[in-house]
Each structure stands twice: as C-alpha cells, then as structure tokens.
Design a protein around this ligand. Structure first.
Ligand SMILES: Cc1cc2nc3c(=O)[nH]c(=O)nc-3n(C[C@H](O)[C@H](O)[C@H](O)COP(=O)(O)O)c2cc1C
Ligand SMILES: [Mn+2]
Length: 461
C-alpha cells in the first residue's frame, strides 16, 4: 500500500531508523541549515525538528535526500530504484477528486491570513530573507491542464510572498499564457507536506501538458487524491499538511528577490523584478508538520532527486534511438544534471557509435548535461570509484574527448555566462579498439562468489 500522507511515511522512516528527532529548540535563522549540513556527514537521516523558536509547527527536512529514502517512498529497494522508476513512469495514473480531506481541518481566510505563523527559515549565510522552499505550486491552464512544480517563496509580509517563476519552467509559461489571453488574475495553490511521491513527481520534466500528479500516481501505483480549494479553481492533495491559496495580479507586483542558496551550491545574484502573490486563504491539518528543503554546497537533496529524475528521463528519451544503452546515471555530486554517465552493452558497440550517443545527450528535452561520459558495462556507473578508475585507465585525451563551445546550459552555473552559455565536454571512456589488456585483473568468478558467500567464516577462530 502506498503512503497516503507525509505522516505515514515519517512513521515508516522512524521505524527503519532513518529519521532523527531534533529535540532541542533550534533557531530558524541559520541553525537549522547548520544542523542539516552537519547531518550530511553524520548518517544523512531525515531530520524532524520538534521545536523551532517562534513557531508552534515542527519541521521536517531532508525527506528524500538519499536514494534509500526515495526507494522507501515508492516501496522498493535502492538497488531496483532506477529500473522501477523507468517501468512505473511509462504510463501516468490520473488523480482522483475527492469531496474533502484532512487538509481542510483548519481554514483561515481573508484578513485572518497570517503567514508569520509558519516557520520562516533562513538557511544559508548568503540569504538575506527567509524562504518557503518545499512548496508544491499548482496552477492551471485551459489548454495545458494542471501543473505542479516547486518554486521558492521569499517572505514579503503577512499575506504576500515572492514566487520565483523561472522562465522555461511551466509555472512561468502558464502565467505568461494567462497574460497573453489578457486575463487580470492568475490563481495559485501551494501544498506543503504530502505523500512523498508527490514531491518526487514535481521534479520530473515532462511536456508542458503533463500533469505531474499523474506521475505521482504512476510512482505510487494508485491515484493521488485531490480536493478542491476554497477560494481558487485548483485541486490540491487531500492529505497535504498546509495549503496556501491565492493569486498573482496581471501585471503582478514585483520586487527584488534573492539571493538564495541554489542547488548548485552557490548563491547567484538577486532576481530583479520578481513577481509577488497574495495569499487569500490557508487551510491545514490539525497540528501541521512543515516541510522544508535545504540546499547547500556539495551533495544536497535536490541533487539526489534530480539524479534519479534526470537519469530516467535521459534513458527514456535516448534508449529507443540507441538500444546499446543499458543505464544512465547523473551523479549526485554533479548536482544530478551536470555529470551524465551512460553505460552501454559492450557487445553492441560499433565504430562511431559512442560519439553519436555522446552528441545526442545534449538534445534530450530540458537536459542540462554539461560533462557526458560513456562507459562499458563492466563499470558500475553509480560508483564514483569505478567511474574515476575507468576515466583514468581508458581515456586518451587527444582521441576520446571533444568539446562543443557556446552551448545552452544553466544560468545558475556560476562558471557559465550570465545567460547560461557554457561549453559541453564529451568523453568516450569505453575501451578503444587498440586497448591493450588481457582482461580485468579480478579473481575467478566462482572462487570470488564462494568467498563472498562464506565471508564471516574467515574471521572466526
Ligand atoms: C527546493 C527546490 C526549489 C526550487 N525552486 C525553484 C524556483 O524557485 N523556481 C523554479 O522555476 N524552479 C524551482 N525549482 C525547480 C523546479 O521545481 C523543477 O525544475 C520542476 O521540474 C519544474 O516543473 P515545471 O516545469 O512543471 O514548472 C526548485 C526545485 C526544488 C527541489
Ligand atoms: Mn510541468
């Protein structure tokens, strides 16, 4: 049975010993971020902050920050995660609209709306204001249907926040479409804290007309239950912890937004003239749990989630044209999008094939790959040690590496131009035609397997 809400998932994590309760009161300004950053090197458990200064709500952070927890979220094993996600997302599962749900336990409207009751967290030293970071923003369009994506919200006042609608992301495109239709108002709903597949689904990059709730349904193998909002014509997860309802005016009020600690691990400037929205209604569960998301230098939760969603997407798009591809892995330290490792079936390799695969990788929809490598299938591309070893021993830089200058990448990459123009690197790390080796230096398989099976027996007297 899939999890029906955030709470069920947290219970499971706690039973598995994969959730740590922070019992001491913590300061929402920098201390939560410092605890999250430290926890990364000390077990990487999900962190449940029971007492946050100045706020009555507990805070959960780093929910899906390991592949193991993502596997738990979709009820599979970490070793099967990639294969399962590829299989399950082949077909969407439509959400089901229900009459009511626990997200309606408490309803606060109009002038009673007071966002200061939420835990406003400032995560990193570069951030000048606190942010909502895990809000799943739901919007609708008459042509494209429903869309759900996570967009950050910087605090403005008790019923306003900024809404960072990045060009290219669907929230922005929907807003622009409403503007072009001459509308004066753009409705928005934001859900915080739901069954974990919903958040996971928000990070897939399907076409503009695909409702991310159908991906959540596919991941959990049952429809997500949605309820109608109170003040806008949008549906939200029935079991959400907190729901914000409201609107942007068209044209919207604007102001300077940022800087913010981005998933690349840096803060990259202030967004000039970002839009603000008005929150007209808040609904929530009794004793709501606030979901926060921490981004920082090094491997962070977004890099881990993106690693999975990007790898699945690149695999799905490239496999039909390149059947030799066995697996794709965009590494977490490469923030899930910059370093793409492609594993091919060595037996299917033909002259020139690897370079064609490398070149095609930049054409994948929404792909931001920057450094792409192809490996033979004796390399476990999810293991950084094997990846580096293959790069060290199978690559001749003058023959196996090529670069495309002036390509489109990501503006948040501080080494790219401010428009996001970047070079792309392609590496054939497979064994070349003239590779000089009699084979891998490893024990014979049968002996090795036997040793592994009887491992403990070697260490008893
Ligand atoms: C914590 C977090 C914060 C994010 N902040 C933003 C943001 O402020 N603006 C944005 O456009 N995308 C942001 N994203 C990325 C989008 O959620 C993601 O690219 C999503 O797939 C976009 O979906 P869409 O194309 O349907 O809008 C964020 C992602 C995460 C995990
Ligand atoms: Mn979308």
């Amino acid at each position: 049975m899939p999890f029906s809400d955030l709470r069920q998932y947290l219970n499971r994590l706690e039973k598995l010993g994969d959730l740590a309760r922070v019992k001491k009161e913590v300061d929402p300004k920098y201390e939560i971020g410092a605890i999250c950053k430290t926890a990364h090197d000390r077990g990487r458990k999900a962190l449940f902050f029971e007492r946050v200064r100045g706020c009555s709500m507990p805070v959960i952070v780093d929910l899906l920050a390991t592949f193991n927890r993502i596997a738990t979220a979709i009820e599979t094993q970490e070793t099967d995660l990639f294969k399962e996600v590829v299989e399950r997302t082949k077909e969407g599962v439509e959400p089901r609209i229900v009459k009511s749900g626990p997200c309606k336990d408490i309803i606060i409207r109009g002038k009673d709306v007071d966002l200061t009751t939420l835990p406003w967290i400032t995560w990193n030293k570069t951030e000048k204001s606190p942010y909502i970071t895990a809000g799943m923003v739901i919007v609708k369009d008459p042509e494209y249907g429903r869309n759900m994506g996570v967009y950050r919200m910087m605090y403005a006042d008790k019923n306003h926040t900024f809404l960072r609608l990045s060009p290219g992301h669907h929230g922005y495109e929907y807003y622009k479409a409403a503007e072009l239709r001459g509308e004066k108002r753009f409705e928005v709903a934001v859900a915080l804290g739901a069954d974990p597949t919903v958040f996971l689904a928000s990070q897939f990059v399907p076409g503009i007309d695909v409702d991310e709730f159908t991906i959540a349904g596919a991941l959990r193998r049952e429809p997500v239950e949605l309820v109608k909002c109170e003040t806008v014509n949008i549906e939200v997860p029935a079991t959400a912890e907190i729901v914000l309802e409201g609107h942007l005016d068209i044209p919207a009020d604007v102001g300077d937004e940022g800087p913010y600690g981005e998933f690349c691990g840096y803060s990259v400037g202030t967004v000039i003239r970002e839009r603000l929205w008005t929150i007209d209604c808040i609904t929530m569960r009794r004793d709501p749990i606030y979901h926060g998301f921490y981004l920082c230098k090094g491997i962070n939760e977004e890099g881990v989630i993106k690693s999975l969603t990007t790898s699945v997407q690149i695999y799905n798009e490239m496999k039909p044209g390149h059947p030799a591809i066995k697996r794709v892995h965009c590494s977490e330290a490469g923030i899930g999008i910059f370093h793409c490792y492609i594993q091919i079936d060595e037996r299917m390799k033909r002259p020139g094939m690897v370079n064609n695969i490398l070149a095609s990788s930049v054409g994948v929809k929404g792909s931001r790959v920057k450094h792409v490598f192809v490996f033979d299938d004796d390399i476990d591309i999810t293991n950084p040690e094997e990846v580096e070893w293959a790069f060290a021993t199978r690559v001749q830089a003058d023959k196996d590496i090529f670069v495309i200058p002036n390509s489109f990448g990501l503006r948040l990459d501080p080494s790219a131009t401010s428009e996001g123009v970047t070079a792309k690197l392609f590496v054939d790390a497979t064994k070349g035609k003239n590779f000089r080796s009699e084979g891998l230096a490893l024990p014979p398989d049968d002996v090795w397997q036997k040793v592994k099976q009887n491992w403990d027996s070697y260490f008893v007297g």
